[in-house]
Design a protein around this ligand. Sequence first.
Ligand code: NAP
Ligand code: ZN
Length: 349
Amino acid sequence: MKTVGYAAHSPTSGLEPYEFSRRELRGNDVAIEILYSGICHSDLHTVHGDWGEQPYPLIPGHEIIGKVIDVGPEVKKYKVGDSVGVGCMVDSCQTCDQCHNHEEQYCREGMTATYGSEDRITGEITQGGYSKHIVAREEFVLKISDKLDISKAAPILCAGITTYSPLKTWNVKKGTRVGVIGLGGLGHMAVKLASAMGAEVTVISRSTDKEKEAKAIGGKAILSSRDESALEAAASSFDLIIDTVPVKHDFDTYTPLLDIDGTHVIVGQVGEMDEPVTAPLIMGRRRIAGSLIGGIKETQEVLDFCAEHNIHPDCEVIKPEQINEAWDKLQKENPSHRYVIDMTNLKVS
Ligand code: NAP
Ligand code: ZN
């Protein structure tokens, strides 16, 4: 199928319209017309080469919402016209213990990412959601409830699941004291989801400038990570910290904020961190952990959780021509919402 997307041709080139083909449907494939596609900070990291060399041209995007336009003969769950989503993965081995355990993100053979990965059958490079169409195997396609506004649901597919998964893993419930570092795309979803689970949520930001935004989405308080006395006053006051900071930073500012047995979960920075001092870990059985997106079953769970609790990401909808500008703003202005690209008017020539 001939289609069009916005591709980067090098780490520094910016994104531009690019015509390419999606594969012919395999038996278990679903063809989707993409309507909305979220912009995740991982798209920038990947294209810029922060996580290693990439195959170009590369079309990023792994927060995808659209409608089914065709299905392969073996597809059971979906039919033409259904609202569906695709997140960060499009395939995995389906046979290892992790895949059997519904944690395809930790597939022993490595999952196939929505963009920049080799297709398991043809070796072709996968291309993501900043495009008009996508083809994905049924097992990696998510159902989108009628209760969700499809123009605002896309960020649930990455920002939502990436924060929901550690909240569930660390058993967040009514009264759990949760700190969220960085009020951006992931951070604002962490606040909404943890609040809906009954947690007391504090946003930990580089200043208190985002106080209004933090409180509007369910945060009880905002703590500046640059205010020594405020940090001291908040010592030992969190059970769980979700850390969404996208660059190298230090642990030592945050570990003392955890109570005994508290956990600091890194979801943001993939790579080096400043060396941590171990005393606050040892003295309080505190832990540092990490977490990668979530499995397909859990992604369906967070989509359904959002539908049930009427949770929508805060989205600023943009046109495809504004992608480069949005990338720039994401880096320079650090908005506390997600940019979502409206693909509905993108035309294949
Ligand atoms: P984002 O929208 O840009 O938000 C990041 C937030 O971090 C900013 O709003 C800002 O919040 C804070 N921040 C930015 N620069 C900072 C700096 N130099 N020092 C300290 N804080 C800073 O990004 P995102 O889309 O939420 O993604 C966040 C990170 O998660 C990215 O690295 C992304 O690749 C990663 N990610 C990981 C997974 C996973 O599976 N683990 C999945 C998706 C994304 P304040 O202004 O409030 O300080
Ligand atoms: Zn993402």
